[in-house]
Write a protein that binds this ligand. Structure first.
Ligand code: ADP
Ligand code: MG
Length: 709
């Protein structure tokens, strides 16, 4: 989190305002023994204030009440031992360019050699006869050696009780900052400001206010430690179980703070932004639905009702639409667009890839042009030059401002964001597949208009924890039902040695007239290497599947080439398509019923789930008996993983089709950054909160904050 100076702290009680700098906000240099050099070191750990220091979380704990005998140390499990230095020395070799420093510890049970390579300055930290804690595992057993262990010299004197005969915290450090010094500083700071453990009073009014607020809002809060107590327990727990109890309390405070910020942002937004009236009048939606070829599912209808409320409401819509692959988000987007278009506003629809933008363009053109609406494509490779002109489908260059609004929908990739384009009369922005866009990008587009309505669509079911934090300022609609008439997707995990059988199976399906995707992850690797790998794979595949025809699709093809390949595949001219994860989002080929994913272990679960959503697509309405979704579809995940864990992870996909369950598993296993992709920005950092584990706390925080005045 940002340093407290820059954030609105909900925990700040009015009582302490107006005083001189509250103790918590004072710089660390106000503490005894912290000079300029130490302050600079602490700053590298993002510790600037007293509060930062008190919230500096130990990396691990060491139970210094019990030690392992040196004779009992193992290669498998790190442990703490303690011994006396009986020998030490630095040896330089290769003309002094390389060195090894060694100390030998004896604890009466055995001797332990501790070695540091090429860190000659280690020498100055140790002396003969020093008592030393050492933490690590053996790298050799004869003699017993630890390489680069963590050590701490035991010093006698007044403060030794801080470091020994207790559970001692071990902190993240930075160069030049001794563990022992930092532990002592934190101890003394706690002594000064925070009452003894197990007592609830603290000298910080902010913390007391947080406690009071919590107990006012929640009856359950009585069972929690006070904030001061939790901080104390974090640093100097009496038992290791205290650590988690304390973490949960401090995590709850973080989540409350975030929810307060989200609420404030939302309120602020609502008080500044007036909604454009985009409720529509059904003039276009009616004929659209009549010609669509299917009836909306109940889930789609329910979601559209929520959206219509927003679009005709007093505040601009800020809504996240979640729906598993194939749940029919596009039709919902189309109806939403029509509401704005009916109301005389233009619409922008943004997709993460060109292929997907072009697919939307094709669909929306087919749907909207008969209604007399204009559909304009704007992608990286199809734009009208630096001067901000649009290149129209018919080849004419037209400035957007003279497009003669209303009634245009602009479809594009992030190129829609290119500066210089001002989308005229913009009433609604729809972002498909949100997780590929950063929050910042989202806001960028919005600023182009006067607070247009915003609909964000994602097929990555965002685990609720993330939804409530990352998208806490969005309302959420969920399409929780798939349109009927879908075939099942059966998923199998196979090891690479079973590939011959898999290819046989695929050939069978191709012979029966179906089509297949072969997904190969390495291709998106940068540079020549990735390209070479895929070209080789492509040639392999051609041989393997001959005489069937194989196409190749990857990210570095020109947009026109991609188009060509996709068009051919869609038309059935190509039987199997070797593709990168590029096909992950949205592209529809109903006759493709088989997917093989190579090196499946290299993908995230959520991504694999998205990928397999490409098969089992329903046939387009009106086409009788097309193979597609009405037939069984097969997804074969080939994993070369040596570790049992990786295959265990993939099993979830065999077991369930529930995107939410899959996403939550993915979040637990790989963390939020991986799940959302690297482009995702704006994810809050928590010191104590854990987005993968703390769903209950996040809910609790949300409910508590909703109760606040
Ligand atoms: P996604 O939510 O993954 O974007 P799409 O919007 O692409 O899903 O819809 C998947 C397929 O289902 C499309 O072919 C679409 O035409 C079809 N579809 C959408 N809604 C319905 C419905 N209510 N009944 C039948 N088919 C539908
Ligand atoms: Mg889609």
């Amino acid at each position: 989190m940002s340093p407290p100076e820059t954030k609105i702290s909900p925990l700040q009680s009015p009582a302490c305002r107006g005083e001189a700098t509250p103790a918590l906000r004072r710089p660390v240099t106000s503490l005894w023994g912290v000079g300029g050099e130490r302050a600079a070191q602490l700053a590298r750990l993002d510790i600037h204030t007293v509060e930062d220091l008190l919230l500096h979380r130990p990396r691990r704990y060491e139970d210094r009440r019990h030690f392992r005998k040196i004779a009992e140390l193992t290669k498998d499990e790190p442990a703490t031992a303690r011994g006396t230095i009986v020998a030490l020395g630095l040896r330089r070799f290769r003309g002094g360019g390389k060195s090894v420093f060694e100390i030998i510890l004896d604890d009466g049970s055995a001797r332990l050699h501790c070695r540091w390579w090429n860190l000659p300055f280690m020498e100055k930290y140790f002396a003969m006869g020093d008592e030393v804690f050492v933490y690590g595992k053996l790298s050799e057993t004869k003699p017993r050696v630890m390489t680069h262990p963590e050590t701490e010299v035991i010093e006698g004197g007044e403060e030794s009780f801080i470091h020994i005969n207790r559970i001692a915290p071990v902190y993240p450090l930075t160069e030049g900052l001794p563990q022992r010094w930092l532990r002592g500083l934190i101890w003394r700071t706690l002594e000064k400001f925070v009452a003894a453990p197990r007592q609830s009073a603290a000298h910080f009014p902010e913390w007391r206010a947080a406690d009071e607020k919590l107990s006012a809002l929640s009856r359950g809060a009585a069972a929690l430690p006070s904030r001061a107590n939790a901080v104390h327990m974090t640093h100097f727990p009496e038992e290791l179980t205290d650590v988690e109890i304390a973490r949960r309390r401090l995590a709850l405070d973080e989540f409350i703070e975030l929810q307060v910020q989200i609420r404030a942002r939302r309120k602020n937004f609502e008080s500044h932004a007036t909604a454009l009236p985009c409720g529509g009048n059904n003039r276009l939606i009616k004929p659209f639905l009549a010609r669509l070829g299917f009836k909306l599912t109940d889930a789609q209808t329910k979601v559209l009702r929520e959206i219509r409320q927003d679009m005709g409401g007093a505040h601009p819509m800020r809504r996240l639409l979640q729906g598993d692959v194939g749940s029919g988000k596009t039709a919902v987007a189309a109806c939403t667009a029509l509401m704005a278009l009916e109301s005389g506003f233009n619409v922008a629809l943004m997709a993460p890839t060109e292929i997907l933008a072009e697919q939307h363009f094709t669909n929306f053109s087919r749907w909207f042009e008969p209604l007399g609406l204009r559909v304009v494509l704007q992608t990286g490779s199809r734009k009208g030059g630096e001067d901000g002109r649009w290149k129209m489908e018919d080849g004419k260059r037209v400035r957007p401002t003279i497009l003669n609004p209303p009634s245009s929908i602009f479809v594009g990739t992030h190129a829609l964001l290119t500066s210089g384009f001002d989308l005229p009369n913009l009433g609604l922005v729809i972002i498909d597949e949100q997780h590929k866009f950063g929050v910042a990008q989202r806001e960028q587009l919005v600023r182009k208009g006067r607070y247009p309505h915003l609909l964000v669509m994602t097929a990555t079911p965002i685990p609720r924890t993330l939804g409530l934090t990352l998208y806490g300022d969005l309302d959420v609609s969920v399409i929780d039902e798939l349109p009927g008439g879908r075939g099942q997707i059966k998923t199998f995990i196979r090891t690479a040695d079973k590939l011959p059988k898999v290819w046989e199976f695929i050939r069978e399906k191709l012979a029966a007239g179906r089509q297949a995707y072969v997904v190969y992850p390495r291709v998106e690797e940068s540079g020549e290497k990735g390209l070479k790998a895929v070209t080789k794979e492509f040639n392999n595949l051609k041989t393997l599947l001959a005489p069937f025809r194989v196409g190749l699709l990857h990210g570095r093809l020109k947009s026109r080439e991609k188009d060509g390949v996709m068009t051919e595949f869609r038309a059935g001219g190509v039987n199997a398509l070797l593709a990168t994860s590029l096909i992950e989002v949205g592209v529809d080929v109903p006759n493709a019923t088989v997917m093989l994913v190579e090196n499946a272990e290299a993908f995230g679960l959520a991504q694999l789930h998205q990928l397999r959503g490409r098969i089992g697509r329903p046939p387009p309405p009106g086409s009788s008996g097309a193979a597609g979704g009405a037939h069984e579809s097969y997804c074969i995940l080939v994993s070369d993983a040596k570790t049992a864990g990786a295959n265990e992870r993939l099993k979830v996909l065999e077991e369930t089709n529930d995107g939410f369950r899959i996403a939550e598993t993915d979040l637990k296993l790989r963390g939020p950054g991986e799940l959302l992709g690297q482009q995702q920005s704006g994810l809050p950092k928590f010191r104590f909160g854990n987005l993968a584990e703390d769903l209950d706390l996040i809910w609790q925080a949300r409910e508590l904050v909703a109760k606040m005045a």
